[in-house]
Design a protein around this ligand. Structure first.
Ligand code: TEU
Ligand code: CA
Length: 545
């Protein structure tokens, strides 16, 4: 893009506050715990921290169900703790993104408590109510992401209210200008406190049409985002990233095009959902297919090559751990962890590191449903059992793709509970904390952590990584990903094996270069001749200037 933005060369680190660092021994991570780890994050080299929600909440969905947008959940701390975190982060050159969850509130939000009082209440149409359907049941067949109908009957009024997530997360009615005004007022209140921007939860859902049908990406969606831009962050040089499970390359340009006055970038999830089962979704994964993964990643690189901007990620608090999903936990955890980091961080876009990804954390092998905490997992398990399906099938699916895989406590050291807390954590710590922990990773020059640190620094040192034109090569190769980045005569070539076997890779003529090896997870490769013998999960980048 012609216009350069400060966040083009930045790396964002996502903190899930409940599981990051506990400063007071109650087993729950908190804001003071995060402040205590700013030196660690500064050493990693990240520029921005995205905090998953820290606001008052009954914690039905661990904070994605907000009951007061302008106060901090007591278990996480106070507004003063937050202001201190912002100041301490800023003194280290780090900005704070807040998680804006405005598609819905908690059912304990005062707006919903008022709305529930009846159709005459001034807050009634802050939410989406419908009369029962012809059979007296839900108005239509919409289903919640967390299982079951997206409608719950309010017995007081005999009407149903919409909730695309849990029944304790009633959807806000964005067609109501009073709702929009309240949200913009709240956003400006936080911007005034010096935050660096927002991650926007399911922002593609706020345009749902409230007429007879409820649809996503409704006709007003971009009107609302452009209005939000004008009324709040537009005049500030902050970072906004929208979570858009429904995004396509076309719509991503609508959200993030330079002349759109909407958002900086969006999270799209095609590389995630392309592996889900048609019927059972994430609860039954298809076998890993690198050709498919490469085609999706390249499609997005090409789609936003000249306008718009990619948010690059393998993981977040809703997704399984990257090494477990795309790498090789059993045989080559370190090599595959470094390989995945290399592939992601040298593409075009802003990389997001999910807490623990940088130290090679892996999925948590729970064996019983009572070890799980996530409402999505627990709801889906209940439906699975009610449908008479074998419980062990569900646990297998939850082990592979359940959201709690990403929510076990951050592993800081080999002390009890991985140094996360001096009290019993709200969810079990992965027993591999004894070997996989930040202390050990920082001390080991060849660690996954040091590989992330190098990649983050490379992005700052080489404009070709930030702005170079992306081109994929050998698209049909089943085991190896190859791409190049080109800028002002410089060419960077990235080669990554996704295989546990040794792979002899024939190099296309156009890629036979000699140059400087910027990074490798084995010993450096300085030149590409006819055939390169790739070791398991070998990944490296050569720069020809
Ligand atoms: O996630 C939106 C969302 O659609 C995912 O929950 C997705 O449906 C699920 O993970 C697929 O299995 C956002 C937040 O990231 C998530 O943590 C919240 O639970 C959800 O919105 C509701 O706020
Ligand atoms: Ca705590």
């Amino acid at each position: 893009p012609t216009e350069r933005k400060w966040w083009h060369g930045s790396t964002v680190y996502q903190v899930y506050p409940r599981s990051f660092a506990d400063s007071n021994g109650d087993g729950i991570g908190d804001i003071k715990g995060i402040t205590g780890k700013l030196d660690y994050l500064q050493a990693l080299g990240i520029d921005i921290i995205w905090l998953s929600p820290i606001f008052k909440s009954p914690m039905d969905d661990n904070g994605y169900d907000i009951s007061d947008y302008m106060d901090i959940a007591p278990e996480f701390g106070t507004l003063a703790d937050f202001d201190h975190l912002v100041a301490e982060a800023r003194s280290r050159g780090i900005g704070i993104l807040l998680d804006l969850v405005v598609n819905h509130t908690s059912d304990e939000h005062p707006w919903f408590i008022e709305a529930r009082k009846g159709p005459g209440n001034p807050f009634r149409d802050f939410y989406i109510w419908r009369k029962p359907g012809p059979d007296g049941g839900p108005p239509n067949g919409m289903m919640s992401s967390f299982g079951g109908s997206a409608w719950t009957l309010d017995t007081e009024s005999g009407e149903y209210y919409l909730h695309l997530f849990s029944r304790r997360q009633p959807d806000l009615n964005w067609e109501n200008p009073k709702v929009r005004d309240e949200i913009y007022r709240m956003m400006n209140w936080w911007l005034e406190r010096g935050i660096a921007g927002f991650r926007m939860d399911v922002i593609d859902h706020i345009g749902k049409q409230v007429d007879q049908e409820i649809i996503f990406d409704g006709p007003h969606l971009h009107d609302y985002i452009q209005e939000m831009n004008r009324e709040t962050f537009g005049a500030r040089d902050v970072l906004t990233v929208g979570e858009c499970w429904s995004a396509t390359p076309g719509s991503a340009l609508l959200y993030s095009g330079r002349d759109r006055q909407e958002l900086s970038m969006v999270f799209q999830f095609e590389h995630v959902t392309q592996q889900w089962d048609e019927t059972y979704g994430k609860w039954r994964s298809r076998p890993f297919d690198l050709v498919k993964l490469k085609s999706v990643l390249s499609k997005w690189q090409y789609a936003l090559s000249d306008d718009g901007w990619n948010a690059l990620f393998w993981g977040n608090h809703d997704l399984p751990r990257a090494i477990s999903k795309y790498g090789d936990v059993k045989g080559h955890p370190v090599e595959s962890g470094k390989m995945l980091a290399t592939v992601l961080h040298l593409m075009k876009g802003t990389p997001f590191v999910y807490q623990g990804e940088e130290i090679g954390m892996t999925n948590m092998p729970f064996t019983r449903i009572d070890q799980y905490r996530d409402i999505e997992t627990l709801n889906m398990h209940r439906l699975h059992v009610e449908a008479g399906r074998p419980p062990e099938d569900f646990i297998k699916g939850a082990n592979e793709n359940g959201r709690d895989n990403a929510r076990t406590p951050m592993q800081w050291s080999n002390e009890t509970y991985g140094g996360f807390s001096t009290g019993t954590p709200w969810i079990e710590v992965n027993p591999n904390y004894t070997t996989i922990n930040a202390e050990a990773e920082m001390a080991d020059k060849q660690s996954v952590w040091n590989h992330y640190r190098k990649l983050i620094a490379l992005r700052k040192a080489h404009p070709v990584i930030v702005y170079g034109t992306y081109q994929s090569w050998l698209d049909q190769h089943p085991d190896v990903m190859v791409y190049s980045r080109t800028l002002d005569g410089e060419r960077l070539i990235v080669i990554a094996s996704f295989s546990p076997r040794n792979i002899p890779l024939t190099i296309p003529d156009e890629l036979k270069i000699a140059g400087r090896c910027l990074i490798s997870n084995y010993d450096p490769v300085e030149a590409l001749e006819d055939v390169v013998q790739l070791r398991p999960y070998e990944a490296f980048a050569i720069l020809k200037q």
